[in-house]
Design a protein. Structure first.
Ligand SMILES: Nc1ncnc2c1ncn2[C@@H]1O[C@H](COP(=O)(O)OP(=O)(O)OP(=O)(O)O)[C@@H](O)[C@H]1O
Ligand SMILES: [Mg+2]
Length: 285
């Protein structure tokens, strides 16, 4: 049975995409797992971190992206084909990592959301089940499915949450970035109550950590002591430091022979490897 993890935070720029991509790559390349990344963010950041931008454009023109999953709800004839949309063996490591697949997103989802959804019926029970209906028969081909969410709890995120076993909250430990965490937990609890989702919290991952910053130190301490009370389960003991390599690694046009080369031989390679191990330890498989 595949285990599905959504990476979510209502705050933008906290490292959701970077962590989704790195965890998926380490799970596939180091642990030999079969992994599917679903990019449900119209910003398409994890898509263009894992495939060539021209390739994405070609697929977008042909309707081989997540957009077709949602367009099918308003089209007379469904066009989405998981076989055609899911791209096999993606990443700029080793010419593609075996067993790491991608369901790409589309920038056109933004327009779709504005035009169809908000002029129509809003987020309905049916519209939250579109992703599940579209890929239900494919998901168990995978050991792990990693969903890169946009920084909101809109239609696309809810589609991701519905098929998720867990959610992981990447967070930068500063005042503004940690402010909304109780709201995320409460709103996902409410979502779980109102839908058939089995989602539960996996924990909080601290990213872009600056050991010299007293604010970061103080917030990290607070986040650890609030884990049970606020209901996000735990703060992972592996902390991802702020580093240039993590940002550079998202540039698909650079190619690497292996993960050590992509993520530097020491930092942040070691952290991503340890974090992957920790995540897999807590996921019940
Ligand atoms: N550990 C890190 N150290 C330094 N920079 C980082 C690190 N992780 C991510 N970044 C950079 O921070 C920015 C935001 O990261 P990322 O895109 O992963 O966040 P996000 O939460 O997915 O953002 P959004 O909400 O827009 O989807 C990017 O420029 C990325 O390259
Ligand atoms: Mg992102």
């Amino acid at each position: 049975m595949a285990k599905v993890i959504s990476l979510i935070n209502l705050k933008g720029g906290v490292g959701k995409t970077t962590l989704t991509v790195a965890l998926a790559e380490f799970m596939a390349a180091v642990y030999g797992l079969k992994v599917l990344v679903i990019d449900i963010d119209p910003q398409t950041n994890s898509t263009v971190a894992l495939i060539d931008e021209h390739e994405w454009k070609r697929r977008n023109v042909r309707g081989q992206t997540l957009l077709s999953v949602f367009k099918d709800s308003v089209n007379k004839y469904p066009v989405f084909s998981a076989d055609e949309a899911i791209i096999k063996d993606v990443s700029n490591v080793g010419g593609g990592i075996k067993g790491l697949d991608l369901l790409p997103s589309s920038i056109d989802l933004i327009e779709f959301q504005d035009e169809v959804l908000y002029k129509g019926k809003g987020v309905t029970q049916d519209s939250v089940m579109q992703l599940r209906n579209a890929i239900a028969d494919r998901i168990n081909e995978y050991d792990m499915v990693m969903i890169d969410c946009p920084p909101d709890l809109g239609l696309f995120t809810q589609n991701g949450l519905l098929i998720s076993d867990y959610y992981l909250i990447p967070v930068v430990p500063d005042i503004l970035s940690t402010y909304g965490i109780p709201q995320i937990v409460q709103r996902i609890n409410r979502f779980k109550k109102n839908t058939a989702s089995k989602i539960s919290p996996l924990g909080l991952v601290v990213s872009k950590y600056r050991a010299q910053a007293s604010v970061h130190k103080g917030q990290l301490h607070r986040l650890k002591s609030s884990a049970v009370k606020l209901g996000y389960q735990r703060v992972f003991s592996t902390i991802i430091p702020e580093n240039n390599q993590s940002a550079a690694a998202m540039d698909y046009s650079a190619s690497y022979q292996n993960l050590q080369e992509k993520y530097s031989y020491n930092r942040p390679y070691q952290e991503y490897r340890q974090l992957t191990e920790e995540v897999l330890k807590y996921v019940k498989r």
